[in-house]
Write a protein that binds this ligand. Structure first.
Ligand SMILES: Nc1nc2c(c(=O)[nH]1)N[C@H]1C(S)=C(S)[C@@H](COP(=O)(O)O)O[C@H]1N2
Ligand SMILES: [Mo]
Length: 447
């Protein structure tokens, strides 16, 4: 048998870091250096906190390791996971493209962040990428001091701690939350934007909590209680009236869980109201109070805001359900594609129930073909659709059209505007169009 070359045997000796044949500045040595310089910098970095510290070292070690991950031991386990440092998808604020000099401006809006729909797989939105909409920032709430009060038309007004709510029978369900302002730019002329900019105010989580009806039984809700005020304990003091229909009583939750762990602060920690299928604004975060009554409470959030101005100058109020909608997420705005096979992918959803069919057009709506729906296809939840496509360098206009179980079909932009005019901000759900240019650039257009 031929003796093994010394380099090979030493290099794989497995003790990590001491291999004499490793070139100077190799991964283990550099890691050791990093660690030492890091300890030295530790004091001045202290203000950045422990998480930043862990993340930086882990990131540096991981990227070195991948130069040959088989030659050095991998990183040890971490108490709370982080994604690979190579993954950069992120939420972002609003973008206003400046057509004149081609430069984008990300608007300094501290109250909004958009989900990168173009980067996601399946139907669940990672909690870290769930869109955010808050009207006066994210409050810092100590769950041990937080209370939920239920009063009004009830036999026994009660105050619950978060721990008390967690002891009650729990329910989990996957459902989307969509801000009714999502795709507000659809009412205006088309701008050169990504799907994150146009549709990023919708996300899906698995939500866990106690059924609203369980709590209403506990307080002895009166028969004539037909509306409920829900109030948040943030600096906006957002409050909304919720009709106590059978559907709401069957489905609404007081949530404390999101994707298997506690709600994120941005999503309402420690408690939020969830009314599946209803506009985002109804899903009151940082929930502190429910009051039962016989009529809507007419808060500023449902009078001055969250109403839909019609062409005749009158406004719809309490247009609470999010109608069926869909969008192609790949290929989508500002992406660059190349000739050959690629799967068209997207998301479809309806606040009225299950998505039953999604059609795709590659010719601006002249012809439609049925897309494949990918399991799970759940009511009031994002559903993923897929459609095989071969691009051969021709101009194309890609569209998707959602059907839901009530028989409703997502309208064309023209049909939506015929009824609604263009004075609205909220509840735009028309078929969306992406134009593929001959050079493979994808642009947001109206057809
Ligand atoms: N207390 C409180 N609840 C709130 C809001 C708020 O500003 N304060 N924003 C609402 C709006 S407009 C939307 S669209 C959703 C957004 O939920 P998310 O930030 O978890 O995505 O929360 C709703 N609940
Ligand atoms: Mo919203």
């Amino acid at each position: 048998m031929k003796p093994r070359e010394s380099g090979q045997s030493d290099g794989r000796s497995g003790t990590g870091g001491q291999g004499g044949d490793l070139p100077k500045g190799s991964a283990p040595e550099r890691r050791e250096l990093d660690r030492r310089s890091f300890l030295a910098r530790g004091v001045s970095l202290a203000t950045f906190g422990t998480t930043a510290f862990l993340y930086r070292t882990a990131g540096a070690a991981d990227s070195e390791k991948t130069t040959d991950p088989m030659r050095v031991p991998g990183a040890p386990p971490r108490p709370y996971g982080e994604r690979s440092p190579f993954e950069k998808q992120a939420r972002k604020g609003r973008t206003e493209p400046s057509s004149s000099h081609g430069k984008d401006v990300t608007v300094a809006d501290p109250f909004i962040s958009l989900t990168p729909l173009q980067d996601l797989h399946g139907v669940v939105t990672p909690s870290s990428l769930h869109f955010e909409r808050h009207h006066n920032g994210v409050p810092a709430i100590d769950p041990a001091r937080h209370r939920l009060v239920i009063h009004g038309l009830v036999d026994r007004p009660l105050i619950f701690t978060v721990e008390e709510l967690k002891r009650l029978p729990s329910v989990s369900r996957l459902t989307f939350i969509e801000c009714s302002g999502n795709t507000w730019l659809g009412w205006q002329d088309a701008q050169d934007l990504t799907v994150q900019d146009t549709h990023g105010l919708t996300s899906t989580s698995e939500w866990t909590g106690v059924k609203l009806s369980t709590l209403l039984d506990a307080v002895g809700a009166r028969r004539d209680a037909t509306w409920m005020l829900a109030e948040g304990s943030d600096a906006a003091g957002l409050d909304r009236s919720v009709p106590l229909t059978d559907e709401v009583l069957n489905e609404a939750l007081i949530c404390y869980g999101q994707n298997g762990e506690a709600l994120r602060p941005e999503q309402g920690y420690p408690l939020r109201l969830l009314v599946p299928g209803f506009e985002g604004n109804i899903n009151v975060k940082w929930l502190r109070r429910l009051k039962l009554g016989t009529a809507p409470f007419m808060t500023r959030w449902e009078t001055a805001k969250y109403t839909d101005l019609m062409p005749d100058g009158k406004a719809y109020q309490f247009s609470l359900v999010m109608e069926a909608k869909s969008v192609i997420t790949a290929p989508s705005g500002r992406q660059q594609i190349h000739p050959g096979f690629r799967e068209i992918r997207g998301l479809a959803w309806s606040g009225r129930g299950r998505v039953t069919k999604v059609e795709v057009s590659v010719d601006g709506g002249r012809t439609w073909q049925e897309a494949r729906l990918q399991e799970p296809v759940l009511p009031k939840c994002h559903s993923r659709f897929r459609f095989p496509w071969r691009w051969q360098g021709q101009e194309a206009i890609l569209q998707s059209r959602c059907h839901d179980e009530t028989g409703y079909v997502q309208p064309s932009r023209e049909d939506l505007i015929k009824v609604r005019g263009t004075h609205s901000i909220y509840h735009y759900n028309a078929v969306h169009s992406w134009k593929v240019e001959r050079d493979g650039k994808v642009r947001n257009v109206h057809v």
